[in-house]
Design a protein around this ligand. Structure first.
Ligand code: NAP
Length: 461
């Protein structure tokens, strides 16, 4: 009876995870989804403890408290632009946890002369250690690259791919060894070590530019490792939650790749960013400068303005100033909407979260497919800290790394106003012809300062 009750609680927690994922898919319901997910996880942890080790409740409670304090501090201290690094660390720790769970359980078997691990146990613990260790070391490399604590360019020396292939082969062969000698502690420890090296070798040849995709992939790995750990310790709820993380990570990775028009193979083996793409694009044309009063005049005379936010808006933390500008021109009768590219910024949903922080109404936010046709009838496309996602060369220049990536048709608007600090290129490192078009003007400076200046200038026109 008691077991049935615990199973029901696990079922409830699993339903909570499903509802959480569903609600997370819309900005309107995301907060509630997050809360339900956290509640379901707390329920699952509590039920697992009570069902197995109620005496550990106090110790685990203290760990949960400490973890929560660290989480709250990190949520407040880590800038949103550094979120990919934080997620990388979380993934890495998730992978490490799966390795430790599998090792702990294996050690229990090793020292119990009465039990003989079966093939299923050997396979799932092998899988959990391999995927968990790759996730751990791969995530650490991703973190170091994003934080620029190590070179961000792809690191690829001659023979490296062959060596990686050999290590991969050894990892596979170790499965046979472990199934044949399931109590050999040496093989098990060597496996953990080799898989850790494999994680480093797999991520080191990928450029810093592709790290967000790699992080999403590693996120999926951490879920798959947790799922395998669930089989090791015979926990249904761990299997379900691991599978959900694994599947959603794969979906996100695919979405990111298709939004950038890159294949996953190209991300993993393409060494994107190793070329000097900046110099490959030829001579640069000058950009026409708009002083704030120019921008204010164009905006105040417009009927329809489409705002394109990008990574620079997040760097400048100018979302509230953007809202102030939008409010000011709306007050003048201008119709305002926001065009959100699926990979604007540095993580999926980056712009939605940023704009939600400034309480910008959801109904003014439109996805690429919804708004692209609207640019042709817009008087102004206002580009704030965006670059690659509005680069017209993605349509025509076959030599561009952006070729084929769907872009926002900002160049089709009557006038394009750009806010950026200087001649800096975007994430892909290529020149953007949009900024030098006859109908474009650039307000140079940090986005926040430029927005404040244009808002002040609006009072004078
Ligand atoms: P972007 O191409 O990185 O361009 C950012 C622009 O912002 C730069 O031109 C920069 O020019 C400007 N900028 C930087 N700091 C600024 C500041 N403080 N004030 C004003 N401007 C500033 O950005 P994006 O158009 O958003 O494109 C995102 C890129 O990231 C895409 O290439 C996408 O493929 C890639 N990516 C995104 C994701 C994701 O999930 N979102 C994942 C992987 C890759 P200046 O230096 O001249 O100011």
């Amino acid at each position: 009876m008691i077991n049935f009750l615990f199973d029901m609680v696990y079922l409830l927690a699993a339903v909570g995870f499903f509802i959480c994922l569903k609600l997370l898919s819309s900005p309107k319901t995301a907060r509630l989804g997050n809360f339900i997910g956290a509640l379901a996880m707390a329920l699952a942890v509590l039920a697992t403890l009570l069902a197995n080790k109620p005496q550990a409740l106090g110790a685990v409670g203290i760990s949960v408290l400490l973890g929560s304090i660290v989480g709250v501090i990190m949520a407040q201290r880590v800038a949103m632009t550094a979120m990919p690094q934080m997620v990388a660390m979380f993934n890495g720790l998730g992978g490490l946890a799966s390795v430790l769970v599998a090792c702990g359980e294996a050690l229990r078997y090793f020292y119990d002369p009465l039990v003989q691990p079966g093939a299923l146990f050997s396979f799932t613990s092998w899988f959990s250690v391999v995927v968990g260790a790759i996730t751990f070391s791969g995530s650490i490399i991703a973190f170091l690259k994003l934080q620029e604590l190590m070179p961000t360019r792809p690191i690829l020396v001659s023979g490296q791919r062959l060596f990686t292939g050999l290590i991969f082969l050894v990892t596979m062969v170790s499965l046979v060894l472990i199934i044949n000698a399931p109590k050999d502690l040496f093989i098990f420890s060597m496996l953990a070590l080799i898989a850790t090296v494999l994680g480093v070798l797999l991520v080191i040849p990928i450029g810093g530019a592709d790290m967000p995709v790699v992080i999403s992939l590693l996120n999926s790995y951490s879920g798959i490792a947790a799922m395998a750990a669930g089989f090791v310790v015979n926990s249904n709820i761990l299997i379900i939650s691991g599978a959900l993380v694994g599947a959603s990570g794969v979906i996100l990775t695919r979405l990111m790749c298709s939004a950038m028009n890159r294949s996953l193979m190209n991300v993993i083996f393409g060494a994107f960013g190793s070329l000097d793409q900046a110099s490959a694009s030829g001579e640069e044309k000058p950009m026409k400068e708009f002083v704030p009063i120019d921008a204010a005049m164009v905006l105040s005379n417009a009927n329809k303005v489409i705002i394109v936010p990008g990574y620079g808006l997040a760097v400048s933390q100018a979302q509230r100033n953007l809202r102030d500008l939008a409010d000011a021109i709306k007050h003048l009768g201008v119709q305002v909407s926001y065009a959100i590219h699926p990979v604007a910024g540095r993580m999926p949903g980056h712009m939605n979260v940023l704009l939600a922080e400034a309480d910008i109404p959801y109904q003014e936010l439109f996805d690429l497919d919804e708004i692209n046709a609207e640019f042709e009838t817009a008087d102004v496309a206002l580009i704030i800290g965006a670059n690659d996602v509005v680069n017209p060369s993605a349509r025509t220049d076959k030599s561009s790394p952006l070729f084929g990536m769907p872009i926002l048709n900002a160049d089709k608007a009557k006038t394009v106003i750009v806010m950026k600090r200087g001649k800096g290129r975007g994430f892909a490192g290529v020149e953007n012809t949009l900024f030098t078009l006859d109908n474009s003007g650039v307000v140079f400076g940090d986005a926040k300062q430029s927005l404040i200046k244009v808002i002040n200038a609006l009072k004078e026109v």
